[in-house]
Design a protein around this ligand. Structure first.
Ligand code: FES
Length: 316
């Protein structure tokens, strides 16, 4: 891993915007007394988002002061995790290319060659127009879909040099492709689709025996056609409530991936409680996913398991 140091040129100060400050206060208040330091990573991340995608030294101090942490402890976190950028990054995209073994074996060096050709020869240098920058990082947790890159919060997986160039061109044109696999597979399902009938059933697929051929799976000698895209119709819309039970909705923001805006949208659908989400069928997930234009995000972030755990926790 590269040595990570603060950039030699720093702004004179940093202040959270009023909106971000209110958000930070709300977040910190969620932690029990004495545990406020647990909010350090989200606060640093929000500071980075506010400061054009990189974290200046004064922001590290501000976060330390807000959380009652020694400056050195916040500095250690900011310099350890590659999610924090310590120098200015491209205005449109900072590309983090995973170079760890699975990605390397599947072609990450070819992706780095594209970065060197299209962005800048050296990592962390800005492209000539200042719109792009890149770096190599360690495993980003999408090894099953190697090789991959992360840009801001999203990952782009199953890349080839050609699809990676297309991705960069999409960002440059303001029209990047949806995150996730760039080879068309869902999440990390096997290439060509699931390989067992149980996997199809769990994905909410419709299995039609005696049908023809594409993606056919043998079943006791019969031929089964497998329709991998769950049907999306209003019949599959998950049942909603008129109002939260007992007048109090669960804090759906505790589900990772749900923010205030999304919580409001879910409430508008009549979804107020963890146990409602925990009970969603694959078809209901597909309906909500389609309604929110999420392209598989609910499954990727595993809302169902999160909601189940939160529902159990709530009952205790
Ligand atoms: S090795 Fe690249 S994401 Fe894990």
């Amino acid at each position: 891993m590269a040595v990570r140091r603060l950039h030699p040129e720093q702004p004179s100060g940093f202040e959270f915007s009023p909106e971000n400050l209110a958000w930070a206060d709300q977040l910190v208040a969620k932690y029990p007394p004495g545990q406020q330091a647990s909010a350090v990573i989200p606060l640093l991340w929000r500071a980075q988002e506010q400061h054009d995608g990189w974290l200046p030294e004064p922001a590290i101090r501000v976060v330390g002061e807000m959380l009652g942490m020694a400056y050195i402890r916040v500095y250690e976190i900011a310099t350890f995790y590659t999610m924090f950028q310590l120098a200015p990054v491209g205005r449109i995209a900072h590309v983090q290319v995973c170079g760890t073994t699975p990605c390397m074996l599947r072609g990450s060096e070819d992706l780095i060659a594209v970065c060197k050709r299209k962005i800048a020869k050296a990592p962390h240098d800005l492209s000539a127009d200042g719109n792009f920058s890149w770096e190599e990082v360690e495993c980003l947790g999408s090894c099953a879909n190697a090789p991959m890159v992360q840009i801001w919060k999203d990952t782009y997986e199953d890349l080839t040099p050609a699809s990676f160039e297309k991705l960069l061109n999409g960002f440059a044109a303001g029209n990047p492709p949806p995150p996730g696999s760039q080879a068309g597979r869902q999440a990390s399902c096997p290439e060509g689709g699931p390989t067992t009938l149980r996997a199809y059933a769990q994905a909410g697929a419709v299995i039609a025996p005696q049908a023809a051929v594409g993606g056919a799976v043998g079943l006791s000698g019969a031929v089964a056609e497998v329709v991998t895209t769950p049907a999306v119709s209003d019949a599959e819309r998950p049942a909603g409530l008129e109002a939260p039970r007992g007048g109090t909705a669960d804090d759906l923001k505790l589900i990772s991936g749900v923010g205030p805006k999304l919580e409001q949208t879910l409430n508008e659908l009549g979804i107020y409680h963890f146990d409602q989400i925990a009970a969603w069928t694959p078809a209901a997930v597909a309906w909500v996913d389609n309604y929110l234009s999420f392209k598989g995000r609910i499954d990727r972030e595993d809302w169902i398991s999160q909601a189940k755990a939160l529902a159990v926790e709530k009952k205790r």
